[in-house]
Design a protein around this ligand. Structure first.
Ligand code: CAA
Length: 394
């Protein structure tokens, strides 16, 4: 079933139509697979194919580059809908976006035309490789991966860790130091194709949640990359990386919100059915008030997220702040609401027979990746009061 959304159209009607299609796909194809994907830890290639066939992998990518030309707002709503049932599956859409954004933001016309259509159609998968063992939060200051210009090529050396979809990506946007004397201004961004000489996929992580999503190490040993694959100019890599996160963090916020909303729905239905002391547990104030708080938090988080997405659409100058606000709120709401959903279900909530324990495990990562909650607070605080001198990042 392919969406009937015309490319380039993004009216409210188009969005409503698209979301209706997505809800149906989720109901029929994604929700029934969620527990098994978590159990097996295998990437659901069939669902990636399903999303590709329904044009969900390049929603905010302009039509001239093969995308749907939709809005970021529509994009986050789609991620949210999928995450209500399966966090791993929602990440397929979100990480494809994350991997494409460096090219959309920093790429030349030629690079955009070469890569974006195949990524938007899902023919190729992509990944974003910033993190290293010594540089997670301090992404610029502690980066060790080096890139050295040699003739018409750059030679990359180093290891990236925690790279979502790294093992299944055809194209990876990699950040590396080209001039160590320049700090963040000495970092450059490169498009590395799978199969490049000196490129190797390393260890796959065993994780608490999002278990169907492969997270791997990537090794670059004298890895040769054509100079034509440099994104922007030398030294522009860190700014590209940060601008990407401004637009991708709302995608993770949407994943978090979806997980929370899915858990709230499940706990609410359970509380209507489960009887204790002669009436449904939801009608006991202890549980009813928990559900009321969960609902309030989910709706508050949703408003914040949609506002951040609108600001992505208008390239608002405060998008960095709003992306951080949305990621912070939605991640914390996901953790709190899924934990409470487990509580509402009691012993059943703790059992893998019911989905809320998976949702609680999946929620945790949304407080960690694409910038921890501490980094979001740092970004927000800097926005309010400035950065200050050395030592203020701790
Ligand atoms: N847009 C444009 N430029 C930006 C920017 C932004 N949002 N943020 C920073 N910059 C620029 C600054 O203006 C500065 O430029 P100048 O040198 O010209 O002044 C330069 O970048 C350095 O900025 P800072 O001094 O603020 O840098 P910092 O070292 O203090 O750190 C930070 C900034 C916000 C802490 C950043 O390092 C950060 O976001 N860390 C977290 C990293 C992160 O989110 N990693 C996630 C990995 S991806 C992932 O998790 C994906 C997945 O698996 C799904």
């Amino acid at each position: 079933m392919a969406t009937t959304i015309p490319h380039g159209a993004h009216t409210e009607d188009d969005e409503a139509l698209m979301l209706a299609v997505v809800r149906e796909l989720v109901r029929q194809r994604v929700a029934p697979r969620a527990a098994e994907i978590d159990e097996s830890g295998e990437f659901p290639m069939d669902l990636k194919q399903l999303f590709a066939e329904n044009d969900l992998l390049g929603i905010p990518i302009p039509t001239e580059y093969g995308g749907l030309g939709g809005s970021f707002l529509t994009y986050v709503k789609v991620v949210e809908e999928i995450a209500k049932a399966c966090a791993t599956s929602s990440l397929i859409v979100a990480v494809q976006e994350l991997g494409m954004l460096p090219i959309l933001i920093g790429g030349s016309e030629e690079q955009k035309r070469r890569y974006l259509p195949k990524l938007a159609s899902g023919e190729w998968m992509c990944a974003y490789a910033l993190t290293e063992s010594t540089s997670g939060s301090d992404a610029a200051g502690s980066m060790r991966t080096r890139a050295e210009r040699r003739g018409d090529s750059y030679v990359l050396d180093g290891t990236k860790i925690w790279i979502t979809h790294g093992s299944i990506a055809d194209v990876i946007c990699v950040f590396a130091v080209t001039d160590p004397s320049q700090g963040p201004r000495g970092i450059s961004a490169f498009i590395v194709e799978k199969g490049s000489e000196g490129f190797q996929v390393g260890k796959k992580e065993r994780k608490m949640g999002i278990r169907g999503s492969p997270t791997v190490e990537l090794h670059f040993n004298n890895c040769v990359v054509p100079a034509a694959n440099l994104l922007g100019a030398e030294g522009e890599g860190f700014k590209i990386a940060m601008k990407v996160l401004d637009k991708s963090r709302p995608g993770i916020a949407a994943q978090a919100l979806g997980i929370a909303a899915g858990a709230l729905d499940y706990a609410t239905e359970y509380a209507k059915e489960r009887v204790a002391f002669g009436k449904p547990i939801g009608q006991h104030q202890g549980v009813g008030f928990m559900l009321a708080d969960m609902k309030t938090e989910v709706e508050a988080a949703r408003l914040l997220l949609y506002e951040a997405a609108r600001r992505c659409d208008t390239n608002d100058p405060e998008v960095t702040l709003w992306a951080a606000l949305a990621k912070l709120k939605c991640g914390d709401v996901a953790m709190a609401v899924t934990t409470d959903a487990v509580q509402v279900l009691g012993g059943f909530g703790y059992s893998a027979e019911y989905p809320v324990e998976r949702m609680m495990r999946d929620a945790k990562i949304t407080q960690i990746y694409e910038g921890t909650q501490q980094i979001q607070r740092l970004v927000i605080a800097r926005n309010l009061v400035g950065k200050g001198g050395k030592g203020t990042t701790a």
